[in-house]
Ligand binder design. Structure first.
Ligand SMILES: Cc1cc2nc3c(=O)[nH]c(=O)nc-3n(C[C@H](O)[C@H](O)[C@H](O)COP(=O)(O)OP(=O)(O)OC[C@H]3O[C@@H](n4cnc5c(N)ncnc54)[C@H](O)[C@@H]3O)c2cc1C
Length: 287
């Protein structure tokens, strides 16, 4: 197994920012994940896992941790009747393809979530009225203390939230799907993607929604738009002119630029609406 030092994480995030991981490895089996977790525990090293980095802001100075990127068997997909088993590193797009080919529906909502199964479980990813919780049967989680199955209830899934912490690695998930005509799945996915393209900056480097929607009549995007923040730029990062709850890398952005925009957005939403916006994006390392 390849274990490297000081690997730049910018190329593992969709925003394309962030510094190096002090140690980086690509385990291919559950056994390798367990071995790495034990090693890190022995050395007192923190552990974090990256999926496709589509909900991740990595500190510019990097992360003093063992960062794992799941590969091989822990990113594979198999179908057994109406049960789909996916490694934590499997991309949602691959899972959706396999489900469609097997005539299984229920995962269509994830067509425009450019992440992995592990990242989806971590934040109970969702769209169009559905989410991971609605399809998850159980999840295999590895830690330095051992590996075991957790149910959605044990994971504490709620709106864009789970109880998972760094050091807990989603190595596999079982999805309970239902028979559906592959043609109908394809048509739904096409419609959902078209809706997405019309509303969001899908052709830009972003990390998806910056803030969770607050309990307010306005969504986070509408609120920030009303605060006049569309197109607002700090350094190389700008609030998307198309959708104000997205931050784009407009060229040469650093994580610090994105964080400064987030602080400004939080301040303005509080000032204008008395609302405390909470970020949806995950931070890795000390900003
Ligand atoms: C254009 C765009 C559109 C998006 N639209 C949506 C949307 O509609 N709905 C939505 O919910 N999200 C959306 N997102 C955000 C993002 O795609 C999701 O949050 C996705 O689930 C993140 O998965 P990931 O594999 O990229 O995780 P990463 O961004 O790599 O990581 C996110 C968190 O998950 C943890 N993690 C990742 N893999 C594992 C694992 N195997 N075990 C343990 N922890 C793990 C990481 O440590 C980190 O804390 C969008 C993002 C983009 C860029």
């Amino acid at each position: 197994m390849n274990v490297e030092e000081r690997v730049e994480l910018a190329r593992y995030t969709t925003l394309g920012t962030g510094g190096p991981a002090s140690v980086f490895a690509r385990p291919r089996t559950i056994g390798e994940v367990e071995e790495l977790l034990r090693l890190a525990a022995e050395r007192g090293l923190d552990v974090a896992t990256v999926g496709l980095g589509s909900n991740l802001l990595v500190a510019d100075r990097g992360v003093d941790a063992l960062v794992l990127k799941l590969d091989g068997a822990v990113a594979a997909v198999t179908v057994d009747g109406e049960l789909l088993r996916a490694g934590g590193g499997a991309a949602n797009a691959v899972v959706l393809h396999r489900a469609r080919d097997a005539g299984l529906g229920g995962f269509e909502f994830a067509c425009a979530i450019p992440g992995t199964i592990g990242g989806g479980v971590w934040m109970n990813g969702g769209a169009y009225g559905s989410d991971f919780e609605s399809v998850l049967e159980r999840v295999l989680v590895a830690t330095a203390e051992g590996t075991g199955w957790l149910t959605p209830a044990e994971l504490g899934l709620s709106y864009r939230h789970s109880n998972l912490r760094h050091g807990q690695v989603v190595v596999e998930a079982e999805l309970r799907l239902r028979p559906r005509d592959p043609v109908a799945i394809k048509e739904d996915v096409r419609d959902l993607n078209a809706r997405r393209k019309a509303a969001q900056p899908t052709n830009r480097r972003t990390f998806g929604s910056v803030f969770k929607n607050p309990e307010h009549e306005l969504t986070a995007g509408r609120m920030l738009e009303a605060c006049g923040l569309k197109g607002h730029r700090i350094g190389g990062a700008q609030i998307s002119p198309k959708h104000a709850n997205f931050i784009e890398n407009a060229g040469g952005a650093r994580t610090a630029d994105a964080l400064a925009l987030m602080r400004e957005a939080t301040r303005r939403a509080h000032e204008q609406y008395g609302v405390e916006l909470r970020h949806e994006v995950e931070l890795l390392g000390e900003p």
